[in-house]
Design a binder for this molecule. Structure first.
Ligand code: ATP
Ligand code: MG
Length: 370
């Protein structure tokens, strides 16, 4: 029998039916927890372009920590990050709920509200450090550790990052049971983690979420379709997997729309038309959810730079882009920097530039007249 619900999850942060190709990050993290204080996986950095699965990985790592009875605080960087962290660290009722432990004497008393001064930027590093230490002391009585995860780290204020780095460094020096994972767009590494004041975080274990090999996508499609009661053949699986280019968000879109096309016919068998129609729908969604927003707000010259890049099938050197634009390398360098800062392009290891998100190249080629 065919499932009623579509198993694919093409939404931001939506947990996919099968988490493909991320075994190593998860294992490194689990080893970090299991190997005790000082293990490398206890400070982790996860980067990747939009839609590569950073938020999903944070959820999974949170689950792994919870399964070990750790307390987990999940935050997203934006103004007031440290203040929110302090409040959560001090929320003892929340802690009781999370750990499902009965109140004991050590938990008696309401949370103390903080004065303005303690939350001032100047005092924040100390306030956060104390709040962390107090929380960990409570947790250690129950043999539990503390995991803090921060999503969208590229949007964090430098002062917040300094406070967090200082506080964590202290806990680690004092051999407390703590782990922290930061996730964000690749630029965060150069912006925040190369900052002199935050050098401590350079020791973090770095994980870049890259594309997933197409054969792993195909295998996952096979399992997911079959498990949901849909019949799909090997050739169709291969076509569907190839259309994703291994881009996680596209994997969910393609799966979702193919499944949906068969579902619309009330069928438990995938036809070739469902595959082609599904891929077309997935591309439309990807354009709307990723390509158009990525290009939105860019100037005509930014676009000209991207179009010059799109002339090549792979990464381009800055000189080549300038030449294609008919401009000086200096002129092109300005736009290169702007686009890197906007996370639309990325620098390859060889110093060339490539699109941060696959499919942007194809999108620009298709819309060459705009
Ligand atoms: N390993 C994976 N295997 C299959 N699908 C995945 C995987 N990781 C993420 N996805 C899917 O990709 C989509 C994007 O995931 P997610 O929102 O976590 O990405 P992100 O990197 O946080 O994106 P953004 O930078 O926009 O916040 C979701 O639909 C999710 O289900
Ligand atoms: Mg995200």
């Amino acid at each position: 029998m065919r499932n009623v619900a579509n198993p694919f999850k093409p939404t931001a942060g939506g947990e996919p039916p099968l988490l493909i190709g991320r075994r190593k990050v998860i294992r490194d993290f689990e080893k970090g927890l299991d190997n005790g204080v000082g293990a490398p996986g206890r400070i982790m950095l996860i980067t990747g372009a939009r839609g590569t699965g950073k938020t999903v990985i944070l959820t999974v790592l949170g689950d792994k920590a919870r399964a070990r009875k750790w307390d987990v605080i999940e935050e997203t960087a934006s103004e007031g990050l440290c203040e929110r962290l302090v409040n959560e660290l001090r929320d003892r009722d929340g802690l009781l709920d999370r750990l499902t432990i009965k109140p004991s004497l050590s938990f008696a008393g309401a949370s103390v509200s903080l004065g303005e001064a303690e939350l001032s930027p100047k005092r924040m590093p100390e306030t956060l450090r104390k709040a962390m230490a107090e929380r960990i002391t409570l947790l250690e009585k129950h043999h539990a550790g503390l995991l803090i995860s921060i999503d969208e780290t590229q949007a964090a204020d430098r002062s917040d990052m300094i406070a967090i780095a200082t506080a964590i460094q202290h806990q680690i020096r004092e051999r407390r049971n703590i782990a922290i994972v930061f996730a964000g767009l690749p630029q965060m590494v150069s912006d925040l983690f190369n900052d002199e004041v935050i050098t401590f975080l350079r020791r973090a274990k770095m994980n870049v979420l890259t594309g997933i090999p197409v054969d792993e996508v195909r295998d996952a499609f096979r399992t997911t379709f079959h498990d949901s009661g849909m019949h799909i053949d090997e050739r169709q699986l291969q076509t569907a997997a190839a259309a994703t280019c291994g881009y996680p968000y596209m994997i969910q879109l393609v799966g979702y729309h193919i499944w949906d096309a068969a579902d619309m016919r009330n069928s438990d068998e995938i036809f070739d038309d469902d595959v082609s129609q599904g891929i077309t729908e997935a591309r439309i969604d990807l354009d709307n959810a990723v390509c158009i927003p990525e290009l939105h707000g860019l100037s005509r010259n930014d676009r000209a730079y991207l179009k010059a890049m799109a002339q090549s099938d792979g990464p381009s050197s800055t000189t080549a882009v300038a030449k294609r634009m008919g401009k000086t390398p200096n002129y092109a360098a300005t736009y290169r920097k702007r686009l890197l800062d906007a996370y639309v392009i990325r620098e390859t290891e060889r110093g060339e530039v490539d699109f941060a998100v696959p499919f942007l190249r194809e999108y620009l080629r298709r819309h060459d007249d705009e």
